[in-house]
Design a protein around this ligand. Structure first.
Ligand SMILES: [Zn+2]
Length: 210
């Protein structure tokens, strides 16, 4: 059976998509998560072997115009060599599944709730605020998908994974892609080597002092 490759939309002229310098999902030696907002936390999905981590977003309850926003998120996050995100009508059993609804946004512009087990995300749900329009829709959708692939909030203002909503920020940046390398291409994925809180605190202090 031949499965046609998904054709990704090319970036609009004049706004080239940021590139990621990594072509393999391998964390550089000693790399730690950067620019992390300590009031937020997100753990990665478990990666099995050297393949990409497949994360499916279930669209059965999502209106078509919002599915188009999710598709932009798939294109954005699949620029990471660690990820193979995709949209499905209904998740298959025993797959990494994130359900999506458009409604109250869980009291915010959007929200991602993770189900976690053993230090990994095992399932999740995105709730998007139906009254969002224009660029905010795109920003919030791709932001929540960023949480769903394992990214926490960033401290830097004006970037996609900052906790605020922006109507003109749609692209992950190099630090997001580096953080994905740390989450999926390093020791966080090695059983029995999960970092204790004291190690993570030290890494955070180290990242702050340069
Ligand atoms: Zn957020």
């Amino acid at each position: 059976m031949v499965i046609p490759a998904f054709v990704q939309p090319s970036p609009a002229a004049g706004s080239p998509a940021p590139t990621t310098s990594a072509d393999a999902c391998v964390a550089p030696a000693g790399a730690v998560l950067q620019d992390q907002d300590s009031s937020d936390e997100q753990v990665p999905w478990e990666r099995n072997g050297a393949g990409k981590v497949v994360i499916t977003f279930e669209t059965r309850d999502v209106p078509a115009d919002w599915v188009a926003e999710l598709q932009k998120g798939v294109a954005a996050w699949n620029r990471s060599p660690c990820l193979d995100t995709k949209l499905v009508e209904t998740c298959l059993p025993s797959t990494n599944c994130v359900t999506v609804t458009v409604g109250e946004g869980a009291g915010s512009d959007g929200n991602f709730d993770a189900v976690e087990s053993g230090g990994f995300t095992t399932a999740g749900h995105i709730d998007l605020l139906s009254s969002l329009t224009g660029g905010e829709r795109t920003n919030v959708t791709i932001h929540e998908m960023g949480h769903a692939v394992g990214l926490a909030h960033r401290l830097t203002e004006g970037v996609l994974m900052n906790g605020d909503t922006y109507d003109d920020v749609f692209d992950p940046d190099e630090i997001d892609f580096q953080n994905l390398l740390v989450s999926y291409g390093g020791e966080l994925q090695q059983p029995g080597k999960k970092k204790s809180w004291i190690v993570r605190l030290w890494n955070w202090v180290e990242s702050r002092i340069g």
